[in-house]
Design a protein around this ligand. Structure first.
Ligand code: CA
Ligand code: CA
Length: 577
């Protein structure tokens, strides 16, 4: 290691070098990442800990002081291309790392907001992101920042310079694959999923050596496909044709597009899976494993240890990708997931056993609850869209939630203090019908049409506090436009989330009372984080309106037609007294 020092300061420099050597030499290790939830001086993982509880023990900013919160600085992503900024910042050693729309990465000085470097991925023509050109965040390990691109690559950059260290294709973008999730790093492996569930792709989870990008294991998430370990066959996922007819499993979807969480206690990585392909469920009788499920995968081998399907035989695009958050209650090792289908699930995270499923939205037309013994939904058959006729549209039905979900990608948070989950949810429905469809490489593979509709006069978005013990909503905050940003909760009895109207807001974690808001100038659809620096607590969030809602919102677009695009990092702290 080289270090410039003046002769007279050589003695002090030796001391300084000793104190800062770990950060300068190696950067965060897998052990540091596993400990991220407890280390308040940094944010090293998507989810603020591999379990993604998004809870900080910091309390300098709290229900009493938050009213004084002010901007410390803001930093623009610049460029002509804006669109949705769904990234969660990472903070390490004086630098904030964020990803931006169009597969960009930025490093900013965490004290001043000055830009250190920027990396713009050179994207080919013909990428096929279904739902805006977003990216949800990077991963950090050692000297690397790693992120996924819209052309389905995984790229490792030098965290000090932004220069490429390795770059690997995870799938073929010309077949409709893409990638937007933040990678998960476990035991020196970088673990990612893929996107493309609207194009007849095959969902997969891949683990790679974080230093080289070489594959360690793969696990396809559609029944019938072969997994690998160190390049050798490692067993088929499920049993070919057990839950899929004919050849449809070959283009069966179940994309793992939101990434995963990790529980060191069970050594399991939890990945959710998207809709089965095509949307038209009449073409594929059966449960269509492992679509719309949570999968628990052995971190060392990529073998599926258990699975739980939240929407068997999905017919509404109820992707089950939502984050599965490990938490403990009454001495039990549990996990929770607020599903796109409108139900909040609690499972035994060691074996996938069903504990409970409770509605967290106004309305679920497709099912009347779940059978407590089997953990399967009580379907309302009349509310499944009908089969298409030979030459066209089948019977249209009204369905709620809409395909954009009771909750979409935006991550919830769990407070160890209140024992509550804070769910960014939406109340909306859709008219949906089926149409004939055949698979064609690189073409949309829906076999369905839809129109999204509001179902309440006063709101679409609702931030809801869910008690996992009772399945009851403890409080809710209603928002006119759909909520599309992540949630943060802290030991300061606070819950933070953003709104499309441009605000970052803070609520009392126990009562839901709104305590503070600040308008960032564009819609907030990113995930806020907090950390401590020089004795002060900071909060950061990305601002920049976009994501799937403006693309697919139909009638609900009225609620956000006046919102401008943007692309900025906003950082807040309390004034110094
Ligand atoms: Ca940390
Ligand atoms: Ca989908």
């Amino acid at each position: 290691m080289k270090m410039k020092v003046s002769r007279s300061l050589a003695g002090f420099a030796t001391l300084a070098l000793a104190l800062s050597a770990p950060a300068l030499a190696g950067g965060p290790t897998s052990a540091d990442l596993a400990n991220d939830a407890a280390s308040t001086g940094d944010v090293l993982t998507y989810g603020m800990g591999p379990q993604a509880q998004r809870f900080s023990p910091l309390a300098q900013i709290n229900a009493s002081t938050v009213k004084d919160l002010i901007p410390a600085y803001s930093a623009s992503l610049g460029g002509e291309k804006q669109r949705g900024q769904e990234s969660q910042p990472l903070v390490y050693d004086g630098t904030i790392y964020v990803t931006g729309s169009y597969s960009r990465v930025f490093a900013f000085d965490s004290h001043t907001g000055e830009k250190k470097w920027e990396f713009d991925a050179r994207l080919p023509d013909g990428i096929m992101p279904c739902c805006d050109v977003v990216n949800r965040g990077a991963a950090i390990h050692g000297d690397k920042i790693i992120f996924a691109t819209l052309d389905a690559h995984l790229v490792a950059l030098n965290r000090n310079t932004g220069k490429v260290i390795w770059n690997k294709a995870i799938a073929d973008y010309q077949a409709g694959y893409s990638a937007t999730a933040a990678p998960l790093i476990v035991k020196d492996m970088v673990i990612t999923g893929n996107s493309g569930g609207e194009f007849g792709v095959v969902g997969e989870v891949q683990a790679r050596n974080v230093d080289t990008g070489e594959l360690v294991w793969t696990r396809p998430t559609v029944e019938g496909h072969m997994g690998t370990l160190h390049g050798q066959p490692n067993g088929i996922s499920g049993k070919t044709n057990a839950t899929w007819p004919g050849d449809l499993w070959k283009t069966g979807g179940a994309a793992t597009w939101l990434g995963g969480t990790y529980d060191p206690g069970t050594n399991l990585v939890y990945f959710g899976t998207g809709n089965p392909g095509p949307w038209n469920s009449h073409l594929r009788p059966g449960d269509n494993l492992y679509s719309s499920s949570t999968l628990a995968i052995d971190a060392d081998t990529g073998v599926i240890k258990w699975s739980f399907q939240t929407t068997p035989h999905d017919g509404w695009d109820f992707d089950g990708v939502n984050e599965f958050i490990p938490f403990d209650m009454d001495g039990k090792k549990l996990g929770a997931k607020a599903d796109r289908n409108g139900y909040f699930f609690v499972l035994d995270r060691t074996n996938g056993k069903f504990i409970s499923a409770n509605k967290f939205v106004m309305q679920t037309t497709w099912a009347n609850g779940f059978n407590p013994k089997t953990g399967r939904p009580n379907y309302v058959d009349a509310n499944r869209p009908g089969p298409p006729s030979a030459d066209g549209k089948g019977n249209s039905v009204f369905a709620s939630p809409s395909f954009l979900g009771g909750k979409n990608w935006m991550p919830m948070a769990y407070s160890k203090d209140t024992g509550l989950f804070y769910i960014p949810s939406n109340d909306w429905g859709m008219d949906i019908w089926n149409e004939p469809i055949a698979y064609k490489k690189g073409a949309a593979y829906l076999g369905a049409g839809f129109t999204i509709k509001p179902i309440a006069e006063d709101h679409i978005g609702a931030l809801r506090a869910m008690d996992p013990r009772t399945g009851k909503i403890v409080w809710e905050y209603k928002n006119k436009a759909p909520l599309w940003g992540g949630v943060l909760t802290t030991a300061g009895n606070l819950v933070f989330t953003g709104t499309p109207e441009g605000y970052l807001k803070a609520f009392d974690a126990k009562t839901g009372q709104e305590l503070w808001k600040f308008n960032t100038g564009s819609g907030v659809v990113g995930s806020p984080v907090t950390w401590e620096q020089d004795g002060e607590q900071y909060v950061a969030v990305m601002s920049g309106w976009g994501g799937a809602v403006p693309l697919w919102g139909g009638e609900v677009a009225k609620t956000f037609k006046d919102i401008s695009q943007g692309g900025s990092l906003w950082v807040f702290k309390l004034p110094k007294h």
